[in-house]
Design a protein around this ligand. Structure first.
Ligand code: ADP
Ligand code: MG
Length: 333
């Protein structure tokens, strides 16, 4: 017993200098939980890098938040039908990516879902009446957004157009965070904002283990993936929702009806960059298993894990074990 205790104590002593080089900070930004985990030999380098990341996430939130009346997004929504509204180059960049994914998914991903999305309040259990939805859905059309890249301006061609970047802005923010860490010489880090995580390097000689949450339990993972140097985003119907008369009303909406998608519980997408993983997880959630997997399998370097409404787990081609076997006959020896 004594020997065991001594060994444990020795191990702790051996471990502590190494553990001290991981620095973690949690915060609440962009309406969600943020976590920044950084490895650095210098505590002050890590701390300054983390502070720079937190400041950057707050800056992006001030620009892209739909809840702040003074945000650039709110100004675009208020004025872009009457006249072209000048925007920042990063706002254009995010909108351009959103429109590309709308195009790719034939409108399953559509930031103009907001004209219907604004009628829901999941906290207060408020949802629109069918006739309100009919009017709102008529205004959902990403083609009503016109970008003027040369002048850095945005214009809407419909008076009812409203945009919300909730399906892509956190991914963009996480990409910016990783870029800041990289520029400061950090080589191992993990940044998470809500369901969006991006990993810089590995976990010092080991992979990071990223769990996919059980969609109906408060704790526990359905699968855990060993990952490094990648982005991973999950969209789930358990993030923002309420249940009424046996129906789940949640925050991922079908652009053609303005109603919550009922065919999926969660979608996790792996991609090189977070903005892409974020937008695609929302997209595949809307597309469902068949069309969603077909899209992912068509895209180079992107994979996904889908959990359908029955709780069945589906993997894209890149994550499948050939023939369901880990080894062929020769390798086993
Ligand atoms: P979160 O990380 O906030 O849970 P997700 O990546 O799962 O976000 O995307 C859900 C968010 O995307 C919603 O809260 C909403 O802001 C936005 N959204 C919902 N439906 C659509 C849609 N069809 N197209 C684009 N964005 C959507
Ligand atoms: Mg998403």
């Amino acid at each position: 017993m004594q020997a065991l205790v001594m060994t444990v104590l020795n191990l702790c002593c051996l471990c502590s200098p190494v553990l001290a080089q991981w620095h973690t900070q949690k915060a609440s930004i962009m309406g969600t939980n943020v976590s920044v985990e950084v490895w650095s030999e210098e505590a002050s380098t890590a701390q300054q890098a983390i502070e720079a990341v937190i400041a950057e996430l707050k800056r992006i939130d001030r620009q892209m938040s739909p809840y702040r009346p003074e945000s650039l997004l709110s100004r675009v929504n208020a004025g872009a039908y009457e006249r072209a509204v000048p925007v920042s180059s990063e706002f254009l960049q995010v909108l351009r990516k959103a429109l590309a994914i709308s195009h790719l998914s034939q409108g399953a991903f559509d930031v103009t879902f907001a004209s219907a999305g604004n009628l829901y309040d999941y906290h207060k259990k408020i949802r629109p009446q069918p006739e309100q939805l009919t009017t709102a859905v008529a205004d959902i059309d990403y083609q009503a957004i016109k970008l003027d890249d040369a002048q850095a301006q945005v214009r809407f061609t419909r008076p009812g157009t409203r945009i919300d970047l909730g399906g892509i802005a956190k991914g963009y923010a996480v990409d910016r965070a990783i870029e800041i860490l990289r520029q400061r010489g950090i080589r191992h880090a993990a940044v998470t904002a809500g369901g969006d995580t991006r990993l810089l390097g590995d976990k010092r000689g080991q992979p990071w283990w990223i769990g996919i949450r059980h969609p109906r339990r408060d704790a526990g993972w359905v699968v855990s993936l060993p990952l490094e140097q990648t982005a991973v985003s999950t969209s789930g119907d358990y993030e923002r929702y309420f249940i009424e008369e046996g129906q789940r009303y949640h925050h991922i909406l079908k652009p053609d009806t303005g109603q919550s998608v009922q065919s999926m519980m969660s979608v996790t997408v792996l991609a090189e960059q977070s903005m892409e993983a974020d937008a695609l997880s929302t997209t595949v959630f809307v597309l469902g298993v068949e069309q969603g997997l077909a899209l992912i399998n068509r895209l180079e370097g992107i994979d996904a894990v889908l959990i359908d409404s029955q709780g069945k787990v589906h993997y894209s081609q890149g994550l499948q074990v050939p023939n369901g076997h880990l080894f062929d006959e020769k390798e086993k020896l």
